[in-house]
Design a protein around this ligand. Structure first.
Ligand code: PLP
Length: 445
């Protein structure tokens, strides 16, 4: 075969020939020139709009460099938000019992219901929503709040949807919408199609209601990364806003088990009418140390409706049910048994003991940071402490690493408004937290 320059080139491998639609319902083999036009299967170009997140890779690189240069110095990691305490005993026992059931023909389980076993859905409804208008069949058990918060957006319109997303933010909310092509281009660290809900020292890290209408609103309280919580009045204002705009709130309460202030709502459904405008996501990851075990759930009330392009209303519950039944296989039986055990009296006591331990760590961190004259939020109803460093967040990170051997997370990695802040996580042993704070105090004093 001759090229336009007259030279000879080898024919492409036969597997490069493809069958293309012939325009009348049939197929035909592609020609070489068509292959040049469409050389291979094309990617979802929305992925190219993703802002590369080097946050944890950058942290690891700097920590490795420090360790290589200081082999005799220990590093305490208070950066990544993973739990360190083992599973509650009731959960371990239930996992064993569940596995035993799978070992016998009479009690063996194959595919389970995609929405979760009734025993767990009922335990959740009774344990978490006894004061809210939520029933067991509105609860969808899943393998993670990360997956649910990532997947839920696919049941809403691909284009024309106005998004409201906090800054700083748990990155999944924004990145999954970028992947779906809803956000527009990134210009100066801001996706053009997103209304950013800025969380700043001025608003005590609880964002103001936007002045313009939006459709899909992501809220997370207790917040990752700031640890801030929303009051009943603040949540009620969001519910009113969502109603006024026929919008839907995605309310992520992955850290609900850390709320100790009785006046702070644990569920958005404590606000009257929220079941008409909100989806709530919770997780056993941080509640009961299930980050490796995997179990979470999403509440999609039956009252929730959204419109098609002709203005006809549809049940969001029905759409999510269809999505899960089609794409999700459910959570394994022993893991659901383990999650159910959390709702026993013993389970509740064990979960409280573990979350209390982390909250005591958080109090130690807060006290040490405040003594240094730095202001911080979080840590009282959340496992994260958000420190206003008054300086570049990576510079502060480097200082803590090099002078104290402590790893935190630079706020800039969570969004533009995270600059000037760092996140310290209370997920570690008491000993490590105490030592880390002593070292920070000595280094920054
Ligand atoms: N939502 C928030 C706000 C989180 O911070 C995290 C984990 O860090 C998750 C959800 C993920 O939860 P899961 O482990 O259930 O996927």
């Amino acid at each position: 075969m001759e090229t336009s320059e007259g030279g000879l080139i080898k024919l492409p491998q036969p597997r490069l020939f493809k069958f293309l639609p012939d325009g009348s319902g049939g197929i035909r083999q592609s020609t070489y020139s068509q292959l040049l036009q469409f050389p291979m299967i094309r990617i979802n170009e929305n992925y190219l709009k993703l802002k590369a997140s080097y946050l944890f890779a950058d942290i690891a690189k700097r920590v490795n460099e420090f360790t290589a240069a200081n082999p005799d110095k220990s590093v305490i990691k208070l950066g990544i938000g993973d739990v360190t305490e083992p599973l509650p005993e009731v959960c371990v026992q239930a996992l064993h019992d569940g596995a035993d059931e799978l070992s016998k023909r009479e009690t063996f389980k194959g595919y389970g219901p995609e929405q979760g076993y009734a025993f767990l859905r009922e335990a959740i409804a009774k344990g978490d929503y006894s004061d809210c208008p939520i029933s067991a069949d509105e609860i969808f058990v899943s393998d993670g709040a990360k997956c649910d918060s990532a997947n839920i957006q696919e049941i809403f319109a691909e284009d024309g949807l106005k998004l409201a997303i906090p800054d700083p933010v748990y990155p999944v909310y924004i990145d999954t919408n970028v992947m779906a092509g809803r956000t527009g281009e990134n210009v100066d660290d801001r996706y053009q199609g997103v209304t950013y809900l800025e969380c700043t020292p001025e608003n005590n890290y609880v964002p103001a209601i936007p002045s313009e209408p939006t459709d899909l609103i992501y809220l997370c309280f207790p917040n990752n990364p700031t640890g801030a919580v929303a009051t009943r009045e603040q949540l009620a204002a969001w519910v009113d806003y969502a109603k006024a705009n026929s919008a839907i709130i995605l309310y992520d309460v992955a850290y609900v088990a850390f709320i100790r202030d009785e006046s702070i709502p644990k569920s958005i459904y404590e606000i009257p009418g929220a079941d008409e405008v909100a989806i709530e996501m919770r997780s056993f990851s941080k509640t009961a140390g299930f980050t490796g075990t995997r179990c979470a759930y999403t509440v999609v009330p039956k009252k929730l409706q959204a419109a098609d392009s002709a203005g006809n209303k549809h049940s969001v519950h029905g759409l999510w049910n269809r999505r899960q039944a089609t794409k999700f296989n459910g959570v394994s039986y022993p893991v659901q048994k383990a999650a159910e055990a959390i709702y026993t009296a013993e389970g509740q006591a064990q979960v409280k003991a573990k979350t209390d331990m982390y909250l005591e760590n958080a109090a130690i961190i807060r006290e040490a940071i405040t003594k240094l004259g730095l202001s911080c939020v979080g840590g009282d109803n959340a496992p994260y402490i958000w420190i206003n460093t008054g300086t570049d967040s990576w510079a502060f990170f480097d200082r803590l690493l090099n002078e104290a051997g402590v790893v935190c997370t630079p706020g800039a990695g969570f969004g533009t408004c995270g600059e000037g802040h760092v996140r310290i996580s209370a997920f570690n042993s008491r000993e490590n937290v105490v030592t880390a704070m002593e070292r920070i105090a000595a280094a920054l004093a």
